[in-house]
Design a protein around this ligand. Structure first.
Ligand code: SF4
Length: 280
């Protein structure tokens, strides 16, 4: 069942009006007291700024702010996207933009249920099809199990259709990002098969070519399989897999230049993201 009502949009306005948005925010904030916000379940008290695996306390640390044009075109639009950390306050002060939840998909289903009716567009990265790869490269256990349960919950909330506004922006839906990794570390075909068979072949998929090794991924022999960009033939194989699995809706980056255009430079505090509107 799709729980959102398109007559009131963005959907958090309905929750704001009936008081439910405040209840949800309070319920989410309460999870910080013995933190179970993500499936690592660290149980630290983030309200008291006790730090655990994600190095986050009560409030986020913001390193820069800017209009961001690196999302898929119907999400960035012509004016870019931005981050919101205080949605109740923003909604009370007049926010009327859709909420896009961009995530690595290592999400708690309990948290996602609390976001039902708040988030308009889910944008998860499905990074690996195998738990072993998740543990070796992202240091999390059960990534495949957890991420698939999380995306299944997102699908339950949104269905498989993207709803567009009159100006061509996505108003509601689910877009699954698949970053092509060297040596097929992500298990792309397994992920596509799961999307087609367990969710729907009509789900929008965003295929990404921008992988670029940094830090230990480029230097530590333990991660040697991750230590290069993808080759053009790996990219073409990934693109043809979309056809093979009948995935028709979504976007693909350009292979040439993707690792440059989509890589932020946080030393440039004014404009860390390249303006990909130049990118054709
Ligand atoms: S990693 Fe962070 S968000 Fe996840 S449970 Fe631990 S403290 Fe909470």
């Amino acid at each position: 069942m799709i729980s959102n009502d398109l007559n009131i949009w963005p959907s958090y306005l309905r929750l704001l009006e009936n008081g439910e948005l405040r209840c949800r925010v309070e319920a989410l904030e309460a999870l910080l007291e013995r933190c179970t916000v993500c499936p690592r379940d660290c149980l630290n008290n983030r309200l008291r700024n006790e730090i655990a695996a994600c190095y986050s306390g009560r409030l986020p640390i913001v390193s820069s702010y800017t209009a961001h044009f690196g999302e898929e075109p119907p999400l960035s639009g012509t004016r870019g996207a931005g981050n919101i950390f205080a949605i109740l306050i923003a909604a009370q002060k007049g926010l009327r933009l859709p909420i896009v939840y961009n995530t690595n998909a290592f999400d708690s289903v309990e948290v996602l249920r609390l976001l039902d009716g708040i988030v308009d567009v889910y944008l998860p990265d499905l990074k690996y099809a195998e738990d072993e790869a998740g543990f070796l490269y992202s240091k999390v256990r059960s990534y495949a199990l957890v991420s698939r349960a999380a995306i299944a919950e997102m699908y339950r909330q949104t269905g498989d259709q993207l709803v567009y506004s009159e100006d061509g922006l996505v108003k509601r839906g689910l877009v699954i990002r698949l970053l092509v990794l060297p040596n097929d570390i992500g298990g792309l075909r397994d992920s596509l098969r799961w999307i087609r068979d367990e969710l729907s072949p009509r789900i929008a998929v965003s295929l990404m070519a921008q992988y670029y090794p940094t830090n230990v991924a480029g230097t530590n022999q333990r991660y040697v399989l991750l230590s290069r960009r993808i080759s053009e033939s790996e990219w073409l194989r990934a693109a043809s897999a979309l056809d093979e699995f009948g995935i028709k809706q979504g976007w693909m980056q350009e292979y040439d230049g993707a690792a440059f255009y989509y890589r932020p430079d946080f030393k440039d505090r004014e404009t860390p993201f390249h303006d990909v509107r130049d990118f054709v």
